[in-house]
Design a binder for this molecule. Structure first.
Ligand SMILES: *Cc1c(COP(=O)(O)O)cnc(C)c1O
Length: 393
């Protein structure tokens, strides 16, 4: 018999009751160090005092009023995102997939408006993930996400991640844009080479394509810059943000240059909840912290410390770990045997991580972790790897 809760997830049998910083507390009182952060969502840790205060204040003033009226929190958040990124204008949604949908609609409308309605196809990369709506599963083109959901939304062509020649060869008169994650998350933590990102910009300019980055997982400070592409010293035309943007409150954003954003005028796109006052209070509070002097430098420093320690771990446990990759606090540990086994074992030992494709275990800790959290995580990782190596022997 089907349970009342639709069984769309294979859930671990743990229920959390309370969170504090990098820790979660289960109903049975057990404490876990959270290096999954709700899949890169709880960027400032659980119940960060500044976010709690901002959200409580907003909850006592105004929850929702609709986009029929001005929402000062939206204006402020948009101004701050514009000030700190390549973008000239921002649309607010409730999720990552909706932010990607906004960008995809913007692309079609841009070419329709500029006299090329036949240009609508978007080139995406193998291993990419862009959400679970009909259009975004078509963009991701993962067999397991598409099976049973035919017909697949038209307009996406897939090429290998990191291969500019293959991408150039896939461009036709109908190509409108390129959509990629600068660091693939669900696909197994694959960072694009910075040279490749710069190459994408050149190709896009050469063929008049819009360049669309999905930074829903790798953005919002996770790599030590506000957005990961900044490491490459270039910029896209459109960018989708989500996950960490609200620090745990559902919010997505589609950032765009004036040229791209001009396509969406009054009536052409919308959302009931998108950018409501509660979401804007949360996201503005996240930005207060992330944009504060020195915050991103501290993320970079703690990430370098974690990487150094993880390199030794991988070296010491070749029977369990096959490698290490990623960027900043977005780390993938390649597993020798089933990644689910390591995730479950780490959880039993008090450390929460997230599995990804390619048999990878993802470490996505809150950006506020300190050396002591790295020490604690490493102790659990060392112990768990040793135990699993013993078991395999
Ligand atoms: C999580 C994620 C999405 C989808 O976000 P939702 O909020 O689940 O819709 C899209 N792209 C990337 C890169 C993601 O990591």
């Amino acid at each position: 018999m089907i349970p009342p809760l639709m069984p769309t997830y294979a859930r671990a049998d743990v229920a959390f009751e309370r969170g504090e910083g990098a820790y979660l507390f289960a109903a049975d009182g057990r404490r876990y160090l959270d290096f999954g952060a709700g899949v890169a969502v709880v960027a400032l840790g659980h119940c960060h005092p500044h976010l709690v205060e901002a959200l409580a204040r907003q909850a006592g003033a105004l929850w929702h009023c609709s986009n029929l009226y001005r929402i000062p929190g939206q204006e402020r958040l948009a101004e701050r995102l514009v000030e700190n990124t390549f973008a000239d204008s921002v649309f607010f949604a409730n999720s990552g997939a909706e932010a990607v949908e906004c960008g995809l609609k913007m692309i079609r409308k841009h070419f329709d408006d500029t006299g090329s309605p036949g240009r609508y196809r978007v080139i995406t990369c193998a291993g990419g993930f862009h959400g679970r709506t009909l259009a975004t599963i078509a963009a991701g083109r993962q067999e397991k996400h598409l099976t049973g959901f035919d017909p697949v939304v038209d307009g996406f062509d897939q090429v290998a991640f990191g291969n500019l020649d293959e991408l150039r060869a896939a461009i036709t008169d109908e190509t409108a844009a390129i959509l990629i994650e600068p660091v693939q998350g669900e696909g197994g933590i694959h960072p694009a080479a910075l040279e490749y990102l710069r190459g994408l910009r050149e190709v896009a300019d050469e063929y008049g394509l819009l360049l669309f980055f999905d930074e829903i997982q790798c953005g919002m400070g996770r790599t030590g810059k506000l957005f990961a592409h900044e490491w490459a010293g270039m910029a896209p035309d459109i960018l989708a943000a989500g996950k960490g943007l609200g620090g745990g409150f559902p919010v997505g954003a589609c950032l765009a240059t004036e040229k791209a954003a001009a396509a969406l005028s009054a009536g052409s796109h919308g959302s009931t909840f998108g950018g409501n006052p509660l979401a804007m209070a949360a996201a503005n509070a996240v930005l207060d912290v992330v944009l504060a002097d020195g915050f991103l430098d501290r993320v970079d420093a703690v990430a370098r410390l974690l990487w150094k320690r993880l390199e030794s771990l991988v070296e010491a446990h070749p029977k369990v770990l096959g490698g290490l990759r990623g960027a900043g606090l977005m780390v993938g540990l390649a597993c020798v045997f089933d990644n689910g086994t390591l995730v479950a074992h780490l959880r039993d030992n008090g450390l929460l991580t997230v599995p990804a494709a390619d048999n990878v275990v993802r470490l996505l800790p809150p950006l506020v972790i300190e050396e002591r959290h790295v020490d604690e995580a490493m102790a659990i990782l060392e112990r768990s790897c040793a135990e699993l190596a013993d078991r395999a022997a």
